[in-house]
Write a protein that binds this ligand. Sequence first.
Ligand code: G16
Length: 478
Amino acid sequence: MNFPMAFYDKSPKYSKNQLGSLHYGTAGFRTRAENLGHVAYRVGIIAALRSRVRNGQAIGVMITASHNPEDDNGIKIVDPMGEMLEGAWETYATDMVNTPDASLEQFLQRDEPKKLYTPEISVDCANGVGALVLKKMIHFLQELQSSSSPNKKSLKINLFNDLVFVKDVLNNECGADFVKVQQKIPIMKKKDGSSLHVIPNARYASVDGDADRIIYYYVDDSGIFHLLDGDRIAILVAGYLKELIKKTGINIQVGLVQTAYANGSSTKYAIEKLNIPVAWTLTGVKHLHHKAKEFDIGVYFEANGHGTVLFNSRTVEHLTKLLVDERNGLSEDQKANLKKLLVVRDVINETVGDAIADLLLVEAILYDSDWNIQQWLNLYDDLPNRQLKVSLQDCSVVKTEGADVKCIAPAGLQQKINSLVKNYPSGRAFIRPSGTENFVRIYAEADSQKNADSLAAEVAQAVHSLAGSVGDLYEHPL
Ligand code: G16
């Protein structure tokens, strides 16, 4: 007997009424309460199937007439993190609820919607050392696959741009920084020099030459490129941890550390949707790392994909003791979530700058949440942004304070930036001297890409006139 059939019951009390079809809409199934009997039974089956797809996590079923009169009612299904049911499952639910009693047994023999997460990722190694470690990892995963049951698929990693011992190709039109700053796919070379074609909707990641940064991306059916940078990774990880903690019922604080480069939408999402405190520091992981130590669990990723998660040692001690304490009073479900929380710590490398550990953590979270990359992207919309760089005679004339958001020298430059920003809806811009190159970097965001580009160009012009620029007005970052 297949799994759905375990719930099959011919009893007349679950008979479908004959009053036409129902549709799973924004608020689930809505109709008069007296017609929802068979719906309640079938929604129960759907919730059980959904729970199985989500690796046994709890699925919510809500019965509510909301603001409607008493004889109206509705039933909706809620995913483990409180999200609404996704599209394929809404269709499945609609089909099941409208299936006549005589055909229900046959319907339940059908496959329910497939899992959304696919255990396969293609990684751009920027022709750097990350390729060597990833090759070892691939070998390990293949061994794991051959020793486990055929139903369990371990992660398949495909490498490209892995010419570690070839000259002049390192970070050349590829790697995390190229993809992040240029907001486009890298060149995609195989070992034999041939080029790969992008597969629509497939998950890609780029690490940088020394594999301490990682960013994700994909290209949709219309050929549009979508970037999931360090901010997105931070939100994914922080949201997942927050949910796990809620399920353990233990009082632990997760905090997020960002820099001025963090997209405004990610900060807003963390504060307003995840209800997580956000701290800002100067650019440079050394600053973020120290700040993150102040939280029980501190998540930090620079927008460029450089970051990690830190578990405070007192928190780890507390959680570990709790797990082994037989009188901890935790339910089996709470204990399972507590174990997961500690597993996150095992997966991540608390020493900053391990793109491969970061990759494993992102994959583990997507797997456990059964999300594809589109669902991850759908959490919020990035504000369009642009980065430029300006060459100065002497970059030390530019001084900033307050996590780079205020330029205090040369005189008048910050006032000029403020006056430019005011002209753009959702505008924000800052400048800072690079710590690794002889440039001043410019970051701008606004309500549209055109406006972000224009604001960045105007700020570059202001730097050019007020800070002693040499060479062209400005350069695109690479
Ligand atoms: C280094 C730091 C990063 C920082 C970057 C800034 O990157 O480790 O945390 O974001 O510098 O570079 P810049 O000052 O030029 O903007 P990496 O990857 O070189 O270690």
